[in-house]
Write a protein that binds this ligand. Structure first.
Ligand code: A2P
Length: 402
């Protein structure tokens, strides 16, 4: 990096994926689309090139400038992007890189929606990075810095679309691809072993089956989130009260794009959801919303962070948000002194004791906590994007006679 570039992007302002070793290692095992965002001349390209240099072969930088796409206030979301989009989808499809950086202004919502859809289709999580240069919103300075020679007027027209933070559907920790694959396998193993447990087979009514039938839990929990994650703050793109304040917090800003290890202490299944209980560290609790538990259980006093979970699968017509509510039901029962009926042990990667809490609620206390690496970021795409939990088989015929 030249000394001028270093001055423009001082060390303290560099994103974690450039300077934090744990984040760098996590990013290398993740699939991430980095969207550079900001006014022309604000320093996006310098930052994008720094990231490219850091990640070398596992990274691909795609630039709107190279495709001669001029940033204008409205539009620039049509035909001019055809070649760039071809390059991007080829890069995703052929797995040319696990870190893809897109260098463009990203001021147009329609354009962004298209990119979020593409990222989703290829299971890439999205990180939006904005340069922190002092002049990033100063149109007078940007006029001399942008190589498109945009006029002051043109820059002022662009500015309103870029000066506000872009809020996601939700903030959360998104699992590194490698760790996600392992956890999906672990979740299958859990459901298979649980489904085969004698005690489970005797208590099938809550799952809509007659006892003595065999319930295929992998089919029962037909859908799973597109990218496994632990939601921290649901924002609904800013519509949820308090989401702007959350995003503005210094701790949240510092955490954005940082790598974190999540600790899973238990797996659980209810007639509605299957999930993993996450024990947040003190560091992670700094960005956990104080009202997360109260939001769904307003009458209870529950430990901070006790709703933290990863949704692994949901039954037909059940929404992902239910998983955290189900977890809190276990927590409430435990708080009231109920330990659950000890009804067996699972082995191998899911070794641990199985407890039953009535109404089809099963909890596996893992003998050894599972650690998964993740990146704290936002999910910006459409709600409800899920993948089949297993293969393409239908959701019917879940109950079979043994
Ligand atoms: P979870 O974190 O429990 O998996 P959807 O796609 O269903 O709209 O939701 C997107 C994600 O946001 C899901 O992962 C979901 O649950 C979480 N979520 C949905 N609604 C809420 C809410 N009201 N509060 C907290 N998290 C939510």
């Amino acid at each position: 990096m030249s000394s001028q570039a270093s001055k423009d992007h001082p060390e303290g302002q560099k994103p974690p994926l450039l300077v934090d070793d744990h984040t760098v290692a996590t990013v290398r095992d993740s699939r991430i689309l980095v969207l550079m965002r900001g006014l022309p001349g604000s320093g996006k390209t310098t930052l994008a090139k720094d990231i490219e240099k850091k990640y070398k072969d596992s990274c691909r930088l795609i630039s709107a400038d190279v495709h001669d796409i001029k940033p204008v206030a409205r539009g620039a979301s049509g035909g001019e992007y055809a070649k760039l989009d071809d390059e991007l989808s080829t890069c995703f499809e052929k797995r040319e890189a696990n870190l893809v950086i897109l260098d463009d202004t990203h001021h147009d919502r329609e354009r962004l929606d298209k990119l979020f859809d593409m990222a989703n289709a290829y299971h890439f999580s999205v990180v939006i990075l904005e340069p922190k240069t002092p002049w990033r919103l100063d149109c007078a300075q940007l006029k001399d810095r942008n190589h498109w020679k945009l006029s002051l007027e043109e820059l002022k027209n662009l500015r309103p679309t870029l000066e506000k933070d872009f809020l996601p559907l939700y903030f959360g920790w998104f699992l590194a691809k490698r760790d996600e694959d392992c956890l999906r396998k672990t979740s299958h193993e859990f459901l298979e072993q649980l489904g085969n447990l004698k005690a489970f087979k005797k208590r099938l009514q809550a799952y809509g089956c007659e006892d003595k039938q065999k319930l295929d839990l992998l089919k029962y929990f037909g859908k799973s989130p597109n990218i496994l994650h632990c939601t921290a703050k649901f924002c609904d793109y800013g519509k949820v009260l308090g989401s702007e304040e959350y995003a503005q917090q210094e701790a949240v800003k510092k955490a954005y794009s940082r790598g974190y290890t999540l600790h899973i202490s238990a797996l659980f299944a209810t007639p509605r959801t299957v999930g993993a209980q996450v024990e947040l560290t003190a560091d992670q609790l700094l960005i956990w919303p104080p009202d997360a538990e109260k939001e769904v259980m307003p009458k209870d006093i529950l430990p901070r962070g006790s709703r933290a979970h990863i949704t692994l699968g949901t039954a037909t017509d059940v929404q992902d948000v239910q998983t955290g509510i189900d977890l809190l039901e276990f927590v409430k029962l435990q708080q009231s002194g109920r330990e659950g009926e000890s009804l067996g042990e699972l082995t191998g990667t899911v070794a641990g004791k199985v407890s039953y809490y009535d109404n089809g609620m099963w909890l596996l206390n893992l003998s050894r906590k599972i650690e998964v690496r993740s990146i704290f970021s936002g999910y910006y795409g459409k709600p409800g994007v899920q993948v089949p939990l297993r293969g393409k088989k239908g959701l019917l015929n879940q109950c079979q006679i043994m």
